[in-house]
Design a protein around this ligand. Structure first.
Ligand SMILES: Nc1ncnc2c1ncn2[C@@H]1O[C@H](COP(=O)(O)OP(=O)(O)O)[C@@H](O)[C@H]1O
Ligand SMILES: [Mg+2]
Length: 696
């Protein structure tokens, strides 16, 4: 369906111009200079010939077929030209012209018009408001950017045209090669998911990199990315994640940016490697494109300088990677041949006076070690270092082994000959040990992701009808906030353990309930308008007798009327006093792009201050829920510290899976908090003590 953008047999440039200051001139010139072999039709009603090419007044005046039309004309003419393209049977259009959705208001309407025309004629459209397409394989350059990158293995898509120009320019300087280079623009028709699918099948693209400001359809993106990234690594920058950034995005390309955490979770679940900067994007892309895949997480360092080796080791530690412990035999062999003052232990230090032969010996010995999965090879150009020779030796070893070796030639001036040799032999260099380690970390994460089973979603035995019934009651009542009684029904229907409890409207009722539950009890203000009961002294624990309960009832009502006079108060909830445990929060928040998100965190009344949470897009598989627990900073607390018994992690996972299923079964529940889930020792379960639920 998107072939027209690959190797079109003919391209029309609508808006081709004599005027060197116009984009229409730059596009035609680039096309001519890119070595494109097909037919080129410049379209301009006011010219006979441009840049030596015969010119046509409109696409309809062209005799032959047109596969692809590049449109660079003022925005008010674009719709008419699209109509003509449709009539002509053009398959693909690239609308470079801006002035549509990104302008808001009228612009959105105008963009929808374009889309209608495109759909009507069964065309595909890239843009509007984009830079165009570069294809080094075809070759074809249908952009107004300066210069054409080298041929390479990386396919790049970018939502920002300007950033793409910067990347292109930088790529020319750094000699980074690309296979395809696509500017997405406003993504009215073709979006990131279309390109992922296209490039997955592309033998010329080993790695896909993306600069995204928003994702059109979160669920679809996750589904496709998950499949694609099994064969083809995807590395993405998602810009506009901080609050200020998110606003900038909506005014920039008009996309609604999803929240930072939702993207983090979605990328993680789909196996997409996330980069935070352009530098990281290409550090990772180069590693994935040029090094063989990593098959473990034991990393060795070979260096001709102690200080750099230590920096690499520190970085490995910070990245939570493993410093490989070398086999005894490797250490013996190294010890026997390395001079005094070297280190035969990982990190291996060959000393500053090492020539290329000593370096080769050490690196090769380490690479042969079964305990080593990947190597960072550091070289600092010291007085006697043979930079070029060592670069060649490293390149030979890199190409001769199926373990990744990431070289780190440190320095600029003297190191450059080595870096250039590596580059010419298609090996990326990392200027600093930290960057090499970070790229290695990205490879380790990918290896781990590939080793994971595909996420399988268990269907738990639940009572949907009971939830439907409870939600209908809330709606019938004209409310969006789910009250305690309904929340209890819902929790029960989904098999979540809750304490005994009942709402009491007056002191006598409260005493009755307390006696039935049995002392000690807990009492809380029951009101849909009071979110944090503790804040106004609305929770009383450990009440031991009838008088206590009576007094507490009056006290709670007094506090509610005093601190929240506007709040609707239903009475007091009398609850069974649950034994102490670890308090966690399990919640649901609906993300506009990815749907329900499951959150787990260290809970209780300090949850917002601690911010110790992990999130995933629902539904989650059992192992994903387990991962969420181990990801928490406070995980050691749950595992049991200082002689404490471990908490019932099973029970947490069980509750998470049930909440995840509830969220997926009832998307109308847009917010849900269980805080706290009181988690007891292993085997003793967990109880959902306090909850809050809001409907859309
Ligand atoms: N039934 C109970 N058993 C034991 N502790 C409880 C019980 N109810 C509340 N607590 C404790 O009181 C804290 C606050 O109660 P909670 O119902 O979550 O109110 P809120 O979050 O509105 O302040 C809980 O985090 C928990 O430590
Ligand atoms: Mg609470």
């Amino acid at each position: 369906m998107l072939e027209a953008f690959y190797c079109p047999a003919s391209v029309a440039v609508v808006g081709a111009s004599h005027d060197e200051g116009k984009l229409g001139h730059a596009v035609l010139k680039n096309l001519l200079e890119s070595g494109y072999q097909g037919e080129i039709y410049p379209i301009n009603p006011k010219a006979e010939e441009i840049l030596g090419q015969r010119t046509y007044p409109s696409v309809l005046a062209v005799r032959g077929n047109i596969d692809l039309a590049v449109i660079v004309i003022p925005d008010r003419f674009v719709a008419t030209v699209l109509e003509e393209c449709g009539q002509k049977g053009v398959e693909g259009v690239i609308v470079i012209t801006a002035g549509f959705r990104e302008m808001g208001g009228e612009g959105i309407k105008k963009e929808n018009e374009l889309l209608k025309i495109v759909r009507r004629y069964n065309m595909r459209m890239l843009g509007p408001n984009c830079l165009g397409v570069i294809d080094t394989i075809c070759p074809l350059n249908a952009t107004f950017a300066r210069g054409m990158p080298r041929k390479g293995d990386i396919a790049m898509m970018s939502q920002s045209g300007a950033l793409m120009i910067a990347i292109l320019d930088w790529a020319l300087g750094e000699e980074v090669g690309f296979s395809r280079f696509v500017s997405l623009g406003n993504k009215a028709d073709i979006d990131e998911t279309d390109l992922l699918q296209l490039w997955d099948e592309d033998p010329h693209s080993k790695v896909i990199v993306a600069y995204l400001e928003g994702i059109a359809d979160g669920a679809k993106f996750m589904e496709i990315a998950q499949q694609v990234t099994r064969d083809t690594p995807i590395i993405a920058i998602k810009a506009g994640t901080s609050d200020a950034g998110a606003r900038a995005v909506s005014s920039h390309t008009g996309t609604l940016a999803g929240s930072e955490r939702a993207y983090e979770a979605a990328f993680k679940q789909a196996g997409v490697t996330r980069a935070d900067s352009v530098e990281e994007l290409f550090d990772y892309a180069n590693a994935f494109a040029q090094a063989p895949p990593l098959k473990g997480d034991n990393i060795a360092v070979v260096s001709n300088a102690g200080g750099a080796a230590i920096m690499a080791t520190d970085a490995l530690d910070r990245a939570q990677l493993r410093l490989a412990s070398l086999e005894g035999e490797t250490i013996e062999v190294l010890q026997a041949r390395l001079p005094p003052g070297s280190s035969a232990l990982n990190p291996v230090d060959v000393r500053g006076d090492a020539d290329e032969e000593r370096y080769r010996f050490a690196l090769e010995t380490v690479l042969r070690d079964e305990n080593v999965d990947g190597v960072i090879a550091i070289l600092i150009p010291q007085a006697v270092t043979k930079v070029a020779e060592t670069a060649n030796v490293i390149a030979d070893l890199v190409h001769g082994h199926d373990k990744p070796v990431l070289p780190c030639f440190m320095g600029q001036h003297t190191a450059q000959v080595g870096i250039q040799i590596l580059r010419d032999r298609k090996i990326p260099n990392y200027h600093y040990p930290e960057r090499a380690v970070d790229a290695m970390r990205a490879m380790v994460e990918r290896w781990r992701w590939l080793a994971r089973p595909a996420a399988k979603h268990e269907k738990l035995d639940v009572r949907r009808d009971q939830v439907e019934h409870a939600l209908a009651e809330v709606r019938a009542d004209g409310r969006l906030k789910v009250g305690d009684a309904e929340a209890r029904q819902i929790m029960e229907a989904y098999g979540i353990t809750i304490p005994q409890a009942q709402l009491a409207a007056n002191p006598d009722e409260a005493v009755e309930v307390a006696q039935r539950i049995g002392y000690p009890v807990v009492m809380k203000i029951a009101s849909p308008d009071i979110l944090h009961k503790t804040d106004i002294g609305g929770v009383k624990l450990n009440l031991m007798g009838d008088d206590d309960v009576r007094d507490t009832f009056d006290l709670l009502m007094y506090r509610a009327s005093r601190y929240m006079p506007q709040a609707e108060v239903w009475g007091a909830l009398v609850q069974e006093m649950v034994p102490q445990g670890k308090e966690v929060i399990i919640g649901i928040n609906c993300d506009p792009q990815f749907g329900p998100m499951l959150l787990l965190g260290l809970g209780g009344i300090y949850v917002e201050a601690l911010k110790d949470v992990s999130v995933r897009i629902a539904p989650v598989a059992r192992w994903e829920a387990e991962d969420m627990i181990t990801e928490l900073r406070s995980y050691p607390l749950l595992r049991g510290l200082r002689g404490e018994k471990p908490s019932d992690l099973e029970a947490i996972v069980d509750c998470m899976l049930r909440v995840s299923q509830l969220a997926v079964d009832f998307p109308e529940i847009v917010e849900l908090d269980i805080n706290p889930l009181m988690v007891h020792e292993e085997g003793r379960g967990a109880v959902a003590i306090d909850m809050r639920m809001v409907l859309s």
